[in-house]
Design a protein around this ligand. Structure first.
Ligand code: COA
Length: 169
């Protein structure tokens, strides 16, 4: 049995966190039937998070244990502007390793992403989430996102079908 992780620290992600982030996302994907992690092909941003999010004009964070092990990650970056809502931000890559869950990290990352979006003039925060990630859907709705009618099909190796969650700011 894996013991729960306690005492985690949230900080900005560095490019050196790439392998630790990849390990977290790999372990999360292994929990979900059909989820395939193809870092080089589909998620290269995970390997150099600081550079990738800086280039996109956003921010990325990790939660680490006292020994530096990465237990969770999340990012936020500008979203495509909406004709009706104006400029907005998108929450990306929220993953918490199983032993670090249910301690508030998911809520904390959502709050961080929302704070960045508000500070930078965003009128909305959105998140696209695969239909298999039901824990995330509950989290998003708890923190004020509303699930939208649209879905998108990614045609990726995981055959992802994503729901859109939206919070007006
Ligand atoms: C969805 C996910 C990010 C949530 O992360 P998390 O750190 O467990 O989130 P939180 O701890 O903030 O909240 C989760 C639950 O724990 C509860 N909780 C938070 N702190 C708690 C505490 N100290 N004691 C007891 N329960 C607590 C919350 O109320 C919430 O309860 P609910 O499930 O009944 O709504 C995580 O489960 C995950 O990574 N899942 C797999 C990947 C995924 O779906 N990612 C999203 C991609 S879009």
């Amino acid at each position: 049995m894996t013991s729960a992780v306690t005492s985690v620290f949230v900080r900005d992600a560095a490019d050196a966190d790439g392998p630790g982030i990849a390990a977290v996302v790999g372990a999360v994907f292994a929990e979900y039937h059909g989820c395939v992690l193809d870092i080089d092909g589909e998620m290269p941003d995970l390997l150099r998070p600081a550079e990738s999010y800086a280039r996109a004009g956003g921010s990325a964070w990790v939660a680490t244990g006292a020994d530096g092990t990465v237990h969770a990650t999340c990012g936020v970056a500008p979203a495509a502007a909406s004709l009706t809502l104006g400029p907005g931000w998108e929450l990306h890559r929220l993953y918490v390793a199983k032993p670090a869950r249910r301690q508030g990290l998911g809520h904390r990352f959502c709050a961080l992403a929302e704070a960045v979006a508000r500070e930078r003039g965003g009128r909305f925060l959105e998140a696209w989430s695969d239909c298999r990630f039901v824990d995330a859907h509950r989290l998003y709705e708890r923190v004020g996102f509303l699930r939208q009618p649209e879905i998108r099909v990614l045609n990726d190796r995981s055959h992802s079908v994503e729901y859109r969650f939206l919070k007006r700011l």
